[in-house]
Design a protein around this ligand. Sequence first.
Ligand code: GDP
Ligand code: GDP
Length: 465
Amino acid sequence: MTFSLAIVGRPNVGKSTLFNRLVGKRLALVDDQPGVTRDLREGEAKLGDLRFTVIDTAGLEDANDDSLQGRMRRLTERAVDMADVCLFMIDARTGVTPTDELFADILRKRADHVILVANKAEGSAADAGVLEAYALGLGEPLRFSAEHGEGIPDLYGTLQPLADSYAERAAQEAPETDVTLPDDEDVDGETVPDGPPQPTEERPLQIAVVGRPNAGKSTLVNKILGHDRLLTGPEAGITRDAISVRAEWGGVPMRIFDTAGMRKKAKVQDKVEKLSVSDGLRAVKFAEVVVVLLDAAIPFEQQDLRIADLAEREGRAVVVAVNKWDIEDSKQEKLRDLKEAFDRLLPQLRGAPLVTISARTGRGLDRLQDAVMKAWDVWNRRVSTGQLNRWLEGMVASHPPPAPQGRRIKLRYMTQAKTRPPGFVVMCSHPDKMPDSYTRYLVNGLREAFDMPGTPIRLWMRGQG
Ligand code: GDP
Ligand code: GDP
């Protein structure tokens, strides 16, 4: 199973050079396939043992219209939407230009995973440009030379865990074709025979505590364990490995993954405290519930947002915990601000619980445990087909789907195809024409109707064969 990588960036930074290096002669021109834009080149890339699709947005400099900027933007947006991962390239010799900033903006808003590549970085003439690239807010730039092949091992190292996670996700996703109703369901009834799952000693609930260095992750895990198993300290940069520990929290068997070891990387970069994609992924992939731990004094930093977003995209249940609440003065006001910031910055986690705690004193830990259990429950939730279809009827009645080219899209029925996180399939006519806005309407509706706040919800539109 593979993923797709889009190479984006302004003209002349070296996109084609990299594209050619990755694709070699295995170029598959997709120009005449319907629905594929002519401006995007696609090829099958080979990098070590990785195989993936690479999409190149180069060739724009040939455009002889004066709206190059606009075309570039549109093309980039399309490539970003098509691809699982974006490789954003800048020219380290030139440094960051206003056009680069424009691209960075698009990527920050739209892209799932971004790998920032500072190209033409062979030799020391590029040092300043590489440093400048940090300011784009897209994480650590990969020092690279497409022409000379420098940085290729780092690129491999960055892509490899992503490739794993896409392979895993693809395996879990709903079936591509025929959807049959799950056997364990009474189509009309409200009951599900097996009942909700429970964590056991053999299969403990898996949680990861993630957050920026010094947020208090180790302190929290120690508190849960009830003793000082892990080392905590005030100075960022203590080297510890990420470890998982068994715990009984509120009587529930759990396995907790502490990501404090991630700070090792942050130390190397000094001021730029960054969570590398692979570290974040490792923790998030492990977990069923991800606790995003924020420091009340510096909440919702870029790094926090990225990891929360990553967790959502990986389909994990998310609980946000705001730590060091003991030293917060104006709690009421602060809480209001936090909630407002949460809704604004992480709309994809609508309704996810936000719990204030003090890892040091232990205050709020009961509520955190409740929230974790609730999130896990929702994540495992199964809604009966009968309920779903009655609900769907109501949704369609109050807001019918659109009618592209005068032909209304018909929603036939829906069923839940999977749990962990909940995934639903809607059988309909013209699934390809269904606008995202309608899908969002249904997802948000599901959340409310079946009390599934915070958990990622997947919804697939399928045509009927
Ligand atoms: P694109 O427009 O982004 O696709 O850029 P190209 O791949 O066409 O490269 C633009 C120019 O930069 C070409 O002259 C390349 O030879 C040169 N170039 C590409 N990669 C490197 C590199 O790593 N180092 C240097 N010095 N030049 C490079
Ligand atoms: P980590 O890097 O996320 O693992 O953070 P640590 O657990 O090492 O904590 C970093 C610093 O924050 C330490 O000095 C802790 O004592 C302090 N700290 C952690 N939790 C709290 C809390 O709830 N309140 C206060 N005031 N300080 C805390």
